[in-house]
Design a protein around this ligand. Structure first.
Ligand code: 13P
Length: 251
């Protein structure tokens, strides 16, 4: 049975007080038996506060939004995977399109980050997704295959078990335009197929593949009901506790 996941990527939003209010509101409004795993991915500065608030809560995890490609040393401003894993942080997001585009993160850099994360026992939420022009030109399967085969799908089988894939079509991120459930399912099935080709049925059936891109209460249920969609990586709607709770309840 694959893990169902609702992860909130706060990006560079909120301040200390807002972030604590958000988590407290979510925790206070969760049903006792909510079904998906919940992952909070706050900015580095707020990680420890979120960890404290989520201490001893079942099925709630904390993720970093990034990690350094380097192990340690003279890299001012960087935060290493080793530092991250010395806190109660279980996941790290790697390969988000905003980092690829705005911070020029190449596959080579991403591979270093993935190795740092794995060496420090972090689960990786690895993002992939096509631009609008890739989609309009019918290139999206190839683009996504290439993004994955050059990175997480070049790992040894034994190292792939802690990878979660997030399909985030770039044209749907922060735009209010969501992929239809059919569009998302088509790509998720493609991703599962290439995982199967590389590592076999058992691993492919076990890998959680989550969707991100303007996922909100109004569309979460339909998206999450697709066969190959195991949850969501939520941006804007994760900053509002009512929306985030509704998305969790969409399972
Ligand atoms: P939005 O939900 O704001 O479109 O962002 C999605 C995303 O980029 C999550 O990582």
């Amino acid at each position: 049975m694959r893990k169902k996941i609702v992860a909130g990527n706060w990006k560079m939003n909120l301040n200390k007080n807002d972030s604590e209010d958000l988590v407290n509101n979510i925790l206070n409004h969760l049903d006792d038996n909510f079904s998906p795993q919940i992952i909070f991915a706050p900015p580095y500065l707020f990680l420890n506060n979120v960890i404290e608030l989520c201490k001893n809560k079942n099925n709630i995890f904390v993720s970093s939004q990034d990690c350094s490609a380097y192990t340690d040393g003279a890299f001012t401003g960087e935060v290493s995977a080793k530092m991250i894993s010395s806190y109660d942080i279980s996941h790290v997001i790697i390969g988000h399109s905003e980092r690829r585009k705005n911070f020029n993160e190449t596959n080579d850099i991403l591979n270093h980050k993935i190795n740092q994360a794995i060496n420090n026992h972090l689960n990786v939420i690895f993002c992939c997704g096509e631009t609008l022009s890739d989609r309009n030109n019918g290139l999206y399967f190839d683009v996504i295959s290439d993004q994955l085969l050059s990175t997480v799908l070049s790992l040894d089988k034994s190292k792939f078990s802690n990878i979660i894939i997030a399909y985030e079509p770039i044209w749907a991120i922060g735009t209010g335009v969501t992929a239809t459930a059919d569009q998302a399912q088509e790509v998720h099935a493609h991703i599962r197929r290439i995982i199967k080709d590389k590592y076999g049925d058992a691993i492919s059936n076990k890998t959680s593949i989550i969707y991100g891109g303007s996922c909100k209460p109004a569309n979460a249920k339909e998206i999450f009901s697709q066969d190959d969609i195991d949850g969501g990586l939520i941006g804007g709607a994760s900053l509002n506790y009512k929306d985030f709770i509704s998305i969790i309840k969409a399972f």
